[in-house]
Design a protein around this ligand. Structure first.
Ligand code: PLP
Length: 423
């Protein structure tokens, strides 16, 4: 099946007389006839649902659908995008290990990496994603476990050269983990360019309607965990009677380990109700992404021609430094997110946001309704000025998430707000 069909049909095929729509299995637990059957489930000798923290039929349907959309061997839904980022790394890194991440990532991910992982003893080095290969490789240490980056960076809207980062990671025996939240598998499938693991905040376009917070980790199944840097994959796991993940699960070793070890112990699972909402969003994802892209292209071009606007970050704009990468990795569009700076700086940006009527001020992005945010005073407010600069954010930058309204209405609102702001 092609992508549009997978969005509707992957993960759930009802039999005669069963519900057409994936049902919400609103149950924490599942009944079994004998202790022997339950023991087999606990020993991972047979597959089945037994407790919703580990797996649930509604969540499973969504996991299968997202795995199919990304072209992976399996997926694990999490309670948020943050939980997905965290588990994706904790699955391969422990205290004393090291990660290399691009610097212009989402502010919440930056905090997770720079503050919380550090407290857990995992050090993250940040690198400008346009740095030369040699400068990136110079950061690799014997204890480095992964490279991390975002397909389309939030909010600077730069495009990751996935093939280059995958090549560099693989050269040193490590996987590349890509946060594909803004692109979604509709616009880019990072596994096709060598990425090994993909994560998403499903809170964003996958849901698209601002209904639930969620995340997902998807495993390509392509990375060889037996290469030497990942003893946890080839040595016996005492918590499963000495099971060895690569031997027991082959290509699905990473994603099964994330579920049976980390989800079991950390418990940041998606709820059946939340998964149902994600599924609703996934069904129309291709239609919505196309319209988000076309609206954003119009808005970005209009902003670029406005005398009050200093700069516009949208990779599809002619002259944008990311244009060639966007043409390669995102040929159908670059999502609905456009960031821009006003000539009047921080104050003009604030006046402009306050004057908007249709476009609402929200700590959110990738919604069907247009919304706007000032990253320096919200999502990225913990960053120092130097870190802001590294993340590609100016103090006056406005992040606009172009929704599905008629684009003339969006432009008219921006126009009146710019005029009122005296920008
Ligand atoms: N990754 C990206 C690119 C994001 O934009 C966000 C949230 O804005 C996250 C991860 C974190 O996701 P969540 O808010 O679902 O925890």
């Amino acid at each position: 099946m092609k992508l549009e069909s997978l969005c509707l049909h992957a993960g759930y095929s009802p039999e005669n007389g069963q519900p057409r729509v994936v049902p919400i299995s609103q149950s924490t637990t599942f009944k079994y006839a004998s202790t022997a059957e339950v023991a087999k489930l606990f020993d991972l000798e047979s597959a089945g649902f037994f407790y919703t923290r580990l797996a649930n039929p509604t969540v499973d349907a969504v996991e299968q659908k997202i795995a199919a959309l990304e072209g992976g061997v399996g997926a694990l839904c999490t309670s948020s995008g943050q939980a997905a980022s965290m588990l994706s790394l904790l699955n391969i890194a422990k205290s004393g290990d090291h990660i290399i991440s691009t610097s212009n990532i989402y502010g919440g991910t930056f905090n997770l990496f720079a503050v919380t992982l550090k407290k857990l003893g995992i050090e993250v080095s940040f690198v400008d994603q346009t740095a030369a290969d040699a400068d990136i490789e110079a950061l690799v240490r014997p204890n480095t476990r992964a490279f991390f980056g975002e397909t389309l960076t939030n909010p600077s809207m730069d495009v990751l050269d996935i093939e280059r980062f995958a090549r560099l990671a693989h050269k040193h025996g490590m996987p590349l983990i890509v946060d594909n939240t803004f692109a979604t598998p509709v616009l880019c499938r990072p596994f096709e360019y060598g990425a090994d693991i993909v994560i998403h905040s499903t809170t964003k376009y996958m849901d698209g309607h601002a209904l639930q917070v969620g995340g997902v980790i998807v495993d390509s199944g392509n990375f060889d965990w037996t290469g030497g840097r990942f003893p946890e994959f080839v040595e016996p796991d005492a918590s499963y009677h000495g099971l060895v993940y690569t031997q027991a699960f082959g290509k699905a070793a990473y994603i099964i380990k994330a579920r049976v070890q980390l989800m079991r112990d950390m418990g940041c699972c998606q709820s059946p109700q939340g998964a149902f909402y994600i599924n609703q969003g996934l069904e129309t994802l291709p239609l919505r992404m196309e319209k988000h892209c076309r609206n954003a292209e119009r808005v970005a071009a209009w902003l670029a021609g406005h005398p009050a606007v200093e700069s516009v970050n949208y990779p599809r704009l002619p002259g944008n430094p990311n244009k060639a990468l966007a043409d390669k990795y995102l040929p159908d569009g670059c999502s609905g997110v456009v960031s821009f700076s006003l000539k009047g700086g921080r104050e003009a940006g604030a006046r402009f946001i306050d004057a908007l009527k249709l476009v609402s001020l929200q700590v959110h992005v990738a919604d069907i309704r247009s919304c706007v945010l000032h990253p320096a005073s919200s999502t990225h407010r913990q960053l120092t000025d130097a870190q802001l600069h590294e993340a590609g954010i100016t103090p006056g930058m406005v992040r606009l998430s172009v929704g599905l309204e008629n684009v003339d209405d969006i432009v008219a609102d921006l126009e009146q707000a710019l005029a009122q702001a005296g920008a």
